[in-house]
Design a protein around this ligand. Structure first.
Ligand SMILES: NC(=O)C1=CN([C@@H]2O[C@H](COP(=O)(O)OP(=O)(O)OC[C@H]3O[C@@H](n4cnc5c(N)ncnc54)[C@H](O)[C@@H]3O)[C@@H](O)[C@H]2O)[C@H](O)CC1
Ligand SMILES: [K+]
Length: 478
């Protein structure tokens, strides 16, 4: 099992939200490094510790504190202490100063002198390396490789891309690598790697948290359409559902929200919000005769959300089946439309958002215990070849590979329409995230929005109250 650098950062942030601070993780990382150095050296040996100005260096500072009592430790910081990039690394640097452990500042590559150490601890760069190697980090890597010493690397050999293992320029040729929490993909297949458990609770990976929102960072050079053209196919017996869904998609960052609905209700749907682009089809409800045009429109969109307010009339379900059979993009399927998923043959990437009753109607598991449900939903999702987000006190999300649970939300959210809002957020997220991550973030944001509204005004929540709280739920906390 491996973990990418981006996922590691998310898990770190989720651990902090579960009261396991990154400083505690750094302490565990440094302790694991010290144990690795003790495996390859004898007390009294000289250990040259080369530290960058990020948390990779911070880990090395902690290791220095553990080793200083019985090794000849010298720490070289690549830069000025005031440029250390994180509080926890700065605090660990300060602890070395207070303990009068030998440290020196390397302000340019010519000042770098590792001496003739028995061991080099490489804390120059870890998962935070970006772009071409700069000085004095590059010279530090070359010096570590020149040293006649046993080299132990912190997390990943400096200069290596943790996700791919690629070395664009130079990288430390480590004798031992101590990587944290889980193996990094770039280290797969190596026999010189120790994976150190640093105390991250499994909950930090299982439960969706603020770390999962880090992937929503926006590129400042983005332009219209980058964040998704979402098309809702809904309405018929109901007019509010497609409007709530499409507005939620916009609130969750979609650039454009189209609503394909029967022309009998088009005026009402448009009346809910000027922001919606309503594209009516003839008649009172969705029918097979509409599918060809809908598929043509859907080909111009990023994500389709099919189901809100469609109702479950036979010819409407036939139309849903025909649409999914002809659609090859990403489709969020909700409400009565879910009934056709188990027996439709489609190349679409489906994200199904049933409540527990709808899941049972689809032939899915019906168990109260959320952990049991999670395992069974993972199996069901794998068999279905779809992503499932089943709503409940603990929402469960799985694509058969990745299985998550979401604990945000409250009993006030049983009110009608919250599922339409969730489907809209899911559709917006699916235009920039992979399906399982999109569903996980949507469940977390929908529940967080609901919690914020109830916090503010108590129960009696309306689904439309969620709309205004979605942006803060997604972009308010880091
Ligand atoms: N749960 C965990 O896995 C933990 C991991 N820890 C350690 O944290 C690092 C990642 O730390 P981060 O601060 O994000 O980045 P780095 O220290 O790897 O690097 C940032 C540092 O390096 C400079 N820099 C970036 N790119 C370059 C470049 N191309 N040339 C020169 N310098 C560069 C940048 O300016 C910063 O100063 C992870 O690997 C683990 O070791 C946590 O300590 C505990 C939890
Ligand atoms: K390193």
């Amino acid at each position: 099992m491996t973990i990418t650098a981006a996922r590691m950062a998310a898990v770190d942030r989720n651990a902090a939200a579960l009261d396991v601070s990154t400083k505690q993780l750094m302490e565990s990382s440094g302790h694991a490094l010290a144990r690795a150095v003790r495996d390859v050296a004898e007390p009294g040996d000289s250990v040259a510790i080369v530290a960058g100005r990020g948390n990779n260096g911070g880990d090395a500072f902690v290791a220095a504190r553990f080793l200083a009592s019985d090794f000849d430790v010298a720490v070289s910081l690549l830069g000025r202490p005031e440029t250390i990039t994180t509080d926890i690394a700065r605090e660990n640097w300060a602890a070395l100063q207070a303990a009068e452990i030998e440290t020196k500042r390397v302000l340019d590559s010519t000042a770098l002198d590792l001496g003739d150490p028995d061991v080099v601890l490489d804390g120059v760069l870890g998962t935070g390396v970006t772009g071409a190697l700069r000085e004095p980090e590059r010279s530090a890597i070359v010096a570590a490789n020149k040293a006649d010493a046993t080299v132990v690397s912190v997390d990943v050999p400096s200069g290596m891309d943790a996700d791919t293992g690629d070395v664009a320029d130079v990288a430390v040729e480590a004798d031992r690598i101590v990587t944290f929490h889980k193996l990094k993909p770039g280290l797969e297949g190596r026999d010189d790697v120790t994976v150190a458990d640093i105390g991250i609770p499994a909950a930090a990976e299982m439960f969706v948290g603020p770390g999962d929102l880090l992937s929503l960072e926006r590129d400042p050079t983005a332009h219209k359409g980058d964040f998704g053209r979402v098309m809702v196919i809904g309405g018929g017996p109901y007019t509010g559902a497609p409007a709530l869904c499409a507005q939620a998609a916009l609130r969750a960052g979609a650039d454009l929200a189209y609503v394909a609905c029967p022309d009998a209700i088009a005026g009402e749907v448009q009346g809910y919000a000027a922001d919606l682009i309503v594209e009516p089809f003839a008649g009172e409800c969705l029918q097979p005769r509409h599918v060809e045009d809908l598929l043509a429109d859907a080909a111009e969109r990023d994500v389709v959300i099919i189901g809100p307010g469609l109702g479950g009339a036979n010819d409407t379900l036939d139309a849903v089946r025909d649409f999914l059979a002809g659609y090859e993009g990403t489709a969020v399927v909700d409400a009565d439309a879910l009934q056709v998923v188990p027996d439709v043959d489609t190349d679409a990437d489906l994200i199904c958002t049933p409540h527990q009753g709808e899941l049972a109607t689809m032939g899915g598991p019906r168990v109260d215990d959320w952990e049991e449900r999670a395992a069974l939903v993972a199996e069901f999702a794998a068999n279905l070849g779809a992503t499932i987000l089943v709503k409940g006190a603990y929402d469960v999300i799985s694509d058969g590979e990745t299985t998550r649970a979401n604990r945000t939300g409250n009993p006030g959210m049983t009110v009608g329409g919250t599922g339409d809002v969730l489907a809209g957020i899911t559709g917006a997220m699916a235009s920039t995230q992979d399906s399982a991550q999109a569903a996980a973030i949507a469940a977390y944001a929908n529940g967080t929005a609901g919690d914020a509204v109830v916090e503010e005004q108590g129960y009696g929540l309306l689904a439309s109250d969620l709309l205004g709280a979605i942006p803060t739920a997604l972009w308010g906390e880091r």
